[in-house]
Design a protein around this ligand. Structure first.
Ligand code: FAD
Ligand code: EPU
Length: 343
């Protein structure tokens, strides 16, 4: 059905190419939005009230457990605009449907610093605040200025500051109290006109040394991050996955000291509020790396990543995830939490 001239509502639409796990599921109804006007039109016509709906970005942090019995709204709104430049920082407004890594590449090529450590993360710009994406020692929140979001029930467009987003490790208000209430329309980031590189993450500083780089530029940091990621993380085009399936586990220093006595080799990161235990290490040492259960498996180079070897269903992945959780609980007494959104 064609609406608003060029927008189409399609029936029984395959989502296989729209989720990086490559799970073969279908949406009862599907539409793509290319502008804020398209989004407002859907709301005016009551599409956000008629039955269930799902906002879909790049599908790189989602696991479909079954066909979706509602409307999938695919974010395809494009555009980037410099909204302010105060000589020190530049403020870039990015439409939700822009590809995240193309945005990082653009910023690096312009010499605008801040996002280079977040290179090669799949997905759309509009999804980046939802779990406050992070990698190689940097989180989105450090360069976030604000976002605009549609409150779907009222049609009001609201601006959220960083504080209002209540960012945490792989967390924000959009995964907590406000889950499902807003559709993010655009994100504005603050970039440094005189960039200072951040290379404190061990794997990153090592990679730069191996590259023979002593005084890294933001472009060199991007290359180093891409080299590490290329080695460790499976390319979803080749092997379906959604990055880390579980979050790293943050616990108090007291609890950590008990665990460390039993497992002195444990890998961890010191955090302001406690200790972040590398869940990949826990799963790896529990013997899961490279293991398969039917068509789902644990990646051979990164135990935190569950992969689809081809033809896996959402239930296959969930079954394997449940076994991993049980085994980590039995061995370490730690409850792993999913990072991926299960639909
Ligand atoms: P989707 O998976 O499409 O959606 C995620 C959630 O956000 C869903 O609940 C969806 O309904 C909701 N949503 C999407 N867009 C909107 C919107 N505009 N408004 C409201 N709700 C919305 N993450 C990291 O943090 N760090 C990493 O290093 C990292 N590495 C990865 C590596 C690989 C190989 C893969 C496959 C994933 C990785 N991820 C990583 C996870 C993922 O890329 C990020 O979470 C990304 O931000 C998800 O974006 P997306 O557009 O694909 O979101
Ligand atoms: N490790 C193992 N075995 C494994 C995996 C990891 O021993 O199979 C150990 C590593 O040797 C290292 C430690 O665990 O000492 C941490 O590993 P790594 O640097 O690969 O990072 P991670 O904690 O597994 C996190 C993020 C990634 C992000 C990287 C880099 C989470 C849940 N994951 O992974 O994000 O790219 O750090 O910053 O925080 C994602 O969220 O989807 C994602 C890929």
């Amino acid at each position: 059905m064609t609406i608003r001239g060029r927008m189409q509502i399609l029936d029984n639409y395959s989502l296989k190419r729209l989720n990086t796990f490559n799970i073969d599921v279908r949406a009862k109804k599907f539409t793509a939005v290319r502008s804020n006007e398209d989004v407002l039109y859907l709301r005016e016509k009551g599409y956000f009230e008629k039955g269930s709906h799902l906002i879909l970005g790049g599908g790189s942090n989602i696991l479909f457990s079954t066909d979706y019995d509602g409307l999938v709204v695919y974010m395809d709104s494009r555009g980037r605009e410099v909204v302010e430049n105060d000589g020190e920082s530049l403020y870039l407004k990015i439409m939700a449907g822009e590809d995240w890594d193309e945005t990082v590449e653009h910023c690096v090529s312009m010499g605008w610093g801040g996002l280079e450590n977040l290179s090669m993360i799949p997905g759309k710009a509009g999804s980046s605040p939802i779990q406050n994406i992070g990698a190689y020692g940097v989180e989105l929140s450090e360069h976030f200025h604000s976002l605009e979001a549609l409150e779907k029930s009222t049609g009001k467009i609201r601006t959220f500051s960083g504080e209002e987003c209540r960012f945490g490790y792989r967390d924000s208000v959009f995964k907590q109290g406000e889950k499902g209430r807003y559709l993010i329309l655009s994100v504005t980031l603050r970039l440094d006109l005189t960039p200072e590189v951040r290379t404190h993450y061990l794997a990153l500083s090592r990679e730069l040394s191996e590259m023979g780089v002593t005084n890294p530029s933001i472009a060199a940091v991007r290359v180093a991050v891409m080299r590490i990621r290329g080695r460790k993380l499976p390319d979803p085009k080749v092997l379906g996955n959604a990055g880390s399936f579980f979050k790293n586990t943050v616990i108090s220093r007291e609890d950590f000291s008990i665990i460390r006595e039993k497992f002195p080799e444990i890998k961890y990161f010191e955090e302001a509020g406690g200790v972040k235990i590398a869940a990949g290490w826990l799963i790896d040492k529990a013997g899961w790396k490279g293991k398969r259960k039917g068509n789902a498996g644990v990646h051979q180079d990164q135990a935190l990543v569950i992969v689809n070897h081809g033809g896996a269903t959402g239930s296959d992945v969930l079954g394997l995830a449940a076994d991993i959780k049980e085994s980590v609980m039995d061995i370490y007494g730690i409850e792993l939490q999913e990072e991926v959104n299960i639909i």
